[in-house]
Design a protein. Structure first.
Length: 328
């Protein structure tokens, strides 16, 4: 659904790792400081676009799991409850930072914003339930992981995968089917609210007749964001992360930043295994889905380059026109 006579809709998906920089412990002070750069840019863009903000929660929900597993004095909560907790935690941080930035711009009274606890329906038959794949929590070197598994064999028995940042815990991550609050989000956008929603990919639920039941999983926030963008008719989809864009051969001497990629090229790269499933792969997949569902432009860029990326001067731009396929 497109909106005539109004500002176009921009959905910005902030990565959970963008809130905690490499080498940081992830204190609240650090996360608030890290939010300033992207939120300042989003506040300025809100003068030109209607804004939806989604966000990841990989480091935060992983840390909550570690906190739970280190204490037997209180009951442990399932993943969908931890996702709900991080929606509140990070939503509060984004709101308060946005409030400050809008006040500095002198437009605080003119711009309303709201955080919305969001459910996302998944399919209980999704094969992802049989294979954990979503990285959460901190990254460990091989020695750190071996040391922790030796000292805490019960708590560190979870499955891991090797990512560009190190070894990380993986959990079940089914594909999003639909956003339960899509109508409410669309109405809020029509009323010119900045909406913060689908945090951590949304609380994963399955339908049981007319009711929903939570499931022990974490949905990829980029795939959930692409689904939301489709369902509310967003025009632009920007994934803000902790790298400059999508690279071929990332972390290798021959790494190459892709500036412009067509949908057909991106699909071929995905088929060829050019992007890791635990990091850039879902971002490219989400961008492709957005364009295929009539989105105008998708961008993957650094959290420091959101405005430049919207101008086409930074990041990886995914679009529909023809281009040249590089070898990965």
């Amino acid at each position: 659904m497109k909106h005539s006579g109004k500002r176009e809709i921009l959905l910005v998906a902030l990565g959970g790792n963008a809130l905690i920089r490499k080498g940081q412990t992830g204190t609240i002070a650090q996360q608030f400081e890290n939010l300033k750069a992207p939120i300042r840019q989003i506040a300025r863009l809100s003068r030109r676009y209607r804004i939806i903000i989604t966000h990841g929660n990989g480091p935060q929900v992983g840390n909550l799991l570690l906190q739970q597993e280190s204490c037997d004095a209180v009951p442990r909560m399932p993943l969908e409850i931890l996702v709900a907790q991080t929606q509140g935690q990070i939503g509060y941080m984004i709101e308060s930072t946005l409030d400050s930035e809008l006040m500095q711009m002198g437009v605080h009274a003119d711009q309303r914003f709201v955080s919305l606890i969001s459910y996302v329906v998944v399919d209980e038959r999704d094969p992802a339930f049989r294979q954990p794949s979503k990285p959460i929590g901190p990254a460990y070197t091989e020695m750190e992981l071996a040391d922790r598994r030796q000292r805490f064999p019960g708590d560190f028995s979870f499955p891991v995968i090797k990512t560009p940042k190190g070894y990380r815990r993986v959990v079940v991550s089914p594909k999003p089917v639909t956003i339960v609050e899509k109508r409410e989000i669309q109405e809020l956008i029509e009323m010119d609210f900045i909406v913060i929603c689908c945090g951590g990919g949304g609380i994963p639920v399955i339908r049981e007749g007319r009711r929903f039941s939570g499931v022990n999983a974490v949905i990829d926030k980029d795939l959930a964001s692409a689904k939301l963008a489709e369902e509310v008719g967003a025009d632009f989809f920007l994934i803000a992360t902790d790298v400059d864009g999508a690279y071929l051969h990332y972390g290798e001497p021959a790494q190459q930043l892709l500036r412009t990629v067509t949908v057909s090229e991106a699909v071929e790269y995905l088929k060829g295994g050019c992007f890791p499933a635990g990091s850039m792969g879902p971002k490219i997949e989400a961008a492709v889905r957005f364009i295929q569902n009539r989105g105008k432009r998708a961008i993957i860029a650094s959290i420091n380059d959101i405005e430049k990326a919207m101008e086409g001067k930074a990041g990886t731009q995914i679009q529909t026109n023809n281009g040249t396929l590089f070898q990965c």
